[in-house]
Ligand binder design. Structure first.
Ligand code: SAH
Length: 378
């Protein structure tokens, strides 16, 4: 199976008729998923994206849901080989916002009418962090009416339970890749896919709405891997998805000179593949929330507009105070580093208008999928 980075135009070239007949057929087989992902000519990817957009509109409505994201700490105990804030990056100044700074951001998010926020950081196990996050969540729930999502990595069941009891009701934990060998490799052999999957199960059983996703275009990743990721999405009954291209960061071991040298030659292909992955996720999972991620904007100035047009229905404007943004670069060229929260807000409104969509102001914007699965559980 070819590496996703090495896919060249002649190798995998489904016809428009093939794409349309797969879309019309419903439940996709492994081979059909690969054909959809491989659509790289306008006459094949445009109908794919249009079909996904139609499903997004039908299942989740026209309005795009917002989450202000507060990247509250770049401290991390892990050494993910792809990530710019990995522990071994000693050149990076580390920061953690104070509880008051986080609350101030949350109040600003409420004033803007975003309706929800995401608290994101590196992985910081240990009681002091557990208490810190628990208190912050309680305080946010006490002072605002915002929905609270956490994206703070792998923790034990008791910790997930305490944060849920404090008022967080959604959790994002990307599986990154469902290939166990690739997973172990990109995490320096110190984290296993098994643990990641156990965390996702625990989160679900604790009562969270659970979001997952993958990076697209990782070195050694294959089309087979991406089709397996999609099958995992389907079997996991998730509520939300966030996915985007892998983008190198020179400070990390994954950014080899060979990868950097070949970057420009394959970035358009990885962008296209990421949008196709998003569109196929929408066609398969239908009533879930799918984010138009910032990494897409790093690949193309209109990346997030393209994502909305390929079936995304969530945008996460960055609210992290301007002075910390440079220290929360997971990859190179992350957009918005030189913006403040107001500028991020204006650019997001512009993006959504460009995509011809409206905004779900002052709402939590939970995924319809969550409402349906909890209804069935009663
Ligand atoms: N510590 C949390 C939050 C991690 S950052 C956790 O582990 O869940 C959120 C996401 O950023 C990661 O899950 C990963 O998919 C993405 N990310 C990290 N480095 C990246 C890179 N170089 N390119 C693209 N996405 C990256």
């Amino acid at each position: 199976m070819e590496n996703v980075i090495s896919i060249s135009n002649g190798l995998s070239n489904p016809s428009p008729e093939r794409i349309n007949s797969i879309i019309a057929g419903g439940r996709f087989t492994h081979t059909e998923m690969i054909d959809l992902l491989s659509a790289h000519r306008p006459e094949t990817y445009e109908p794919l994206h249009a079909a996904a957009l139609a499903v997004a509109r039908e299942q989740t409505g026209d309005a795009v849901r917002l989450r202000g994201i507060i990247e509250f700490s770049n401290r991390c105990v892990r050494n993910c080989r792809y990530c710019g804030i990995r522990k071994a990056n000693r050149a990076l100044g580390r920061y953690t916002l104070t509880q008051n700074e986080i609350i101030a951001c949350a109040e600003w998010i409420e004033e803007q009418g975003y309706g929800s926020l995401v608290l994101q950081s590196g992985d910081l196990p240990g009681e002091p962090t557990v208490v810190f996050i628990e208190e912050v969540v309680k305080e946010i729930k006490c002072r605002t009416s915002l929905g609270v999502t956490l994206s703070v990595g792998e923790h034990d069941p008791d910790t997930y339970r305490r944060w849920f009891d404090a008022g967080a009701h959604r959790y994002l934990l990307r599986v990154e890749t469902t290939n166990p060998t690739l997973y172990a490799h990109i995490h320096s052999g110190t984290q296993t896919l098994k643990t990641r999957l156990e965390c996702l199960d625990i989160l679900r059983n604790t009562g969270y709405q659970v979001g997952t996703g993958v990076m697209i275009g990782l070195p050694w990743q294959t089309m087979n891997d991406l089709a397996n990721d999609l099958a995992f999405f389907r079997s996991g009954d998730f509520d939300m998805f966030g996915m985007g291209p892998y983008i190198y960061d020179r400070r990390t071991p994954m950014a080899t000179p060979a990868l950097i040298a070949s970057w420009n030659a394959h970035r358009d292909r990885i962008l296209r593949l990421s949008l196709n992955m998003l569109a196929v996720t929408r066609l398969m999972m239908r009533d879930v929330n799918i984010a138009a991620t910032t990494a897409l904007d790093a690949m193309h100035p209109d990346g997030r507009v393209m994502a909305l047009n390929a079936g995304a229905n969530v945008v996460m404007p960055v609210v992290t105070p301007a002075e910390y943004r440079e220290s929360y670069q997971l990859y190179e060229g992350k957009p918005g580093i030189d913006q403040d929260a107001l500028e991020s807000r204006d650019s997001l409104v512009h993006i959504i208008e460009q995509a011809g969509r409206t905004i779900a102001w002052n709402q939590w914007g939970d995924s319809p999928h969550y409402a349906k699965r909890t209804l069935h559980a009663v």
